[in-house]
Ligand binder design. Structure first.
Ligand code: ADP
Ligand code: MG
Length: 697
């Protein structure tokens, strides 16, 4: 292993590189833009561009690209080389400030939800100097935002930056009231824990479903799943370990704080968590991390699956969005400190989150909605589709005693006695973990656990930041100019907690009792994307985003349309893939096997009337019946897909796919899986669950 501190960030045009290479004045001017948002002079941009180019060429680059996050959920790039022809027929390598600052990709091929007619194809990408340029695959990548000719936002990055700005302004207002005169900027921080599966590449290539949809649409369970709990934190296999080392190195070079790696619950499932950083960087880094996970896997002859539910019967993959708020002076505003009962600043920020999550449960649910995530939420492996918060016994007791006007007796962390002399004593955490909660307080941050593994974390964080900015704004409005600030704060904490404590639930979120209890409390239970998404454009939500200038009402309507359309397209591709696999592979395979059984039975009979062919005959009978049933269920999917063309309303279409097509797909799969279990493996056209989940050694 090479020298990690030296390796770290070596492919990033970061602060150190800038300081080293840029003229002093240029460096200062750029810093002003990066830190204070000052406009960038074109002369400065020219020098920066030229320096970046020289640095990139030294690292083997020939091209540059504006790198952005359109609404497809993946990142986009278009590579241009640095070459510029000279009069004598040669070329020189050039990169101007103009090229650095602005790009003009054809916007018509990216989803816009009707924001832009195709004849108005022009779109702009604009450099985001708050995120560093980096080198990937021989190209200098410049993080940019993406908007249409008329200024509508077409990406996920711009609203994220806006939401961060909003929460900063409102938090600083509130901090001033508490006497903090030093903080000038507040940032939200995120550490996303990323789950994934690794399988052999040649096995992956033999599965049309994985290739086209990222998940298995057919497949009988292997005899062994995750029931022994022997994979979670288990010994990492040699090939996986090599992969993880290689991946860490690639990520470190790109300045990504890859930190923790371990096996997850399902066989072939793993996790990688970085050290947290500011939300916009964490978002870029998570996108790059997902891309590198796939690329490095290929290098190792494997395929990395980031789908939320690649395999039925074992856990799917999620992403835990650890979120907190901290000041530019280095204070974490969700840190309870030694004496949380008297830490009114902390308690006020805490109840701001409680109120925000309660009032905007629907938005947070929408922010994690996808066709893939519909397989997880509420399936006893991930939090349910119901939003609630875990505070732990101590914090709940503190808030309860505050409301009841009782002293809190504060029996907080106790010492853990292992009963073994040699083991050093250590303190128990004040709160135990609750793995079932969708939104858990974990000591000095909240862990939002409903995210699917493939989601771009920009969306949930745009929602979180804006929702909390709104609460902080309301609090600042209420507290500015009051006579007795201390008293007013305590009253506000009490009032807010009393009004919103229905969202707090410290029990088991996987239980049926909770579903009933949540209904009594009047909490939303939005089980699927088609059920959740209409709330995106509820009046109160449109008001929220308009007020904070994160989205215009038009942008929200367009995003709602895009998400619905993406869902419909995903299910349509899945249904078509099922039909293809059924007609081209599965039904013929069963016929071939039945023919071979028939041949065997006839051969036996021909040999002697004494020999029994009962096994063959029984199997022929069973498989023929199943095959007929399967064929009928496939026909049903076919018929449903024909009906689809009669529906023009996008919401209705999504309801139809979720309510009719999806259950029909499940029914067809059940029969196919039963046939697979009765077939000779030689005849089954696809690698089995056992091969997929257990072949990486
Ligand atoms: P686990 O939840 O699996 O036990 P950890 O407690 O180690 O994992 O933390 C998970 C993630 O939380 C890490 O990515 C870590 O960097 C992140 N994290 C820790 N503190 C903060 C914070 N203040 N803001 C955002 N993320 C944080
Ligand atoms: Mg976690």
């Amino acid at each position: 292993m090479s020298n990690v501190p030296e390796l770290f960030g070596s492919l990033v045009f970061n602060e150190t590189t800038m300081k080293e290479r840029l003229p002093k004045q240029t460096y200062k001017a750029l810093q002003k833009t990066m830190k204070e948002g000052a406009p960038l002079d074109i002369n400065v941009a020219n020098i920066v561009a030229n320096t970046m180019k020289d640095w990139a060429i030294e690292h083997g680059c020939t091209h540059y690209t504006h790198w952005f996050q359109p609404m497809t959920g993946v990142t986009a790039e278009k590579h241009d080389s640095f070459i510029t022809p000279t009069d004598d027929g040669n070329v020189i390598m050039e990169f101007s400030g103009k090229e650095l600052i602005k790009g003009e990709p054809d916007a018509s091929s990216f989803p816009s939800g009707g924001l832009r007619a195709t004849f108005e194809a022009r779109g702009y990408t604009a450099w985001d100097p708050t995120s560093y340029a980096f080198i990937k695959d021989g190209s200098l990548c410049i993080p940019t935002v993406f908007c249409s000719y008329t200024g509508e936002v077409l990406d996920k990055k711009t609203p994220l930056l806006r939401s961060m700005e909003r929460i900063s302004v409102e938090a600083v207002r509130l901090l001033r009231l508490f006497g903090d005169t030093e903080t000038t900027r507040v940032n939200t921080t995120v550490g996303p824990e990323q789950e994934y599966f690794l399988i052999e590449k040649d096995i992956f290539d033999k599965r049309k479903d994985l290739t086209y949809t990222g998940r298995t649409l057919y497949g009988a369970r292997a005899p062994k799943g995750q029931e022994l709990d022997d994979h979670y934190f288990g010994k990492i296999k040699a090939r996986v370990s090599e992969y993880m080392k290689d991946l860490d190195e690639e990520l470190w070079k790109l300045g990504i704080y890859a930190k923790t790696k371990h096996n997850e619950v399902a066989p072939a499932q793993h996790e990688l968590a970085p050290i947290f950083t500011t939300t916009n960087l964490a978002t870029d880094h998570n996108q790059i991390m997902m891309e590198m996970m796939k690329r490095v896997a290929n290098r190792h002859g494997m395929e990395c699956l980031l789908h939320e539910k690649p395999f039925a019967g074992v856990n799917g993959s999620g992403k835990h969005n650890n979120w907190s708020i901290s000041t530019n002076t280095g204070r974490n505003l969700l840190e309870p400190g030694k004496n949380p009962y008297n830490n009114h600043e902390f308690l006020l920020f805490l109840v701001a989150v409680i109120k925000g999550v309660d009032e905007y449960q629907d938005l947070l649910r929408v922010s994690v909605a996808s066709a893939g995530n519909d397989h997880r939420l509420g399936a006893n492996e991930a939090p349910p589709a119901i939003m609630s918060m875990f505070l732990g016994d101590d914090l709940t007791a503190i808030l309860d005693s505050l409301v009841e006007g009782k002293e809190y007796d504060g029996a907080q962390s106790t010492k853990m006695d292992m009963g073994v002399e040699a083991i050093p004593e250590f303190k128990k955490d004040a709160t135990d973990r609750n793995r079932t909660s969708p939104f858990a307080f974990t000591g000095n941050k909240f862990e939002f656990r409903m995210l699917g593994s493939s989601v771009n974390i920009a969306c949930p964080n745009i929602m979180l930041n804006t929702i909390i900015a709104e609460q902080l704004a309301e609090f600042a409005d209420a507290l500015e100019g009051v006579e007795n600030f201390d008293e007013a704060v305590v009253e506000l904490i009490k009032k807010t907690y009393t009004e919103h404590k229905r969202i707090v639930f410290n029990g088991n979120n996987y239980s049926d009792e909770w579903v009933a209890e949540a209904e009594r409390r009047g909490l939303y239970n939005l089980r699927t994307l088609p059920e959740a998404l209409p709330h995106y454009i509820d009046e109160k939500n449109i008001e929220l985003f308009s007020k904070h200038k994160v989205y215009t009402p038009i942008e929200m309507h367009s995003r709602y349309e895009i998400l619905l359309e993406e869902y419909v397209k995903t299910l349509n591709i899945e249904a078509l893939t099922m039909l293809d696999m059924a007609k081209k592979d599965i039904i013929p395979a069963v016929s071939k096997y039945v023919k071979s059984l028939t041949d065997t039975a006839l051969a036996k009979k021909a040999l002697s009337a004494e020999i029994t062919a009962e096994v063959e005959v029984e199997l022929i009978n069973k498989l023929s019946k199943l095959q007929l049933c399967f064929s009928k269920r496939i026909d049903k999917i076919d018929a449903l897909l024909i009906k689809v063309s009669d529906i023009s309303d996008m919401q209705e279409l999504a309801n139809f796919y979720g309510g009719e097509v999806f259950p029909a797909m499940q029914e067809a799969r059940a029969v196919a899986d039963e046939m697979e279990m009765s077939m000779d493996a030689e005849f089954w056209p696809y690698p089995s669950y056992g091969q997929m989940l257990y072949s990486v050694k």
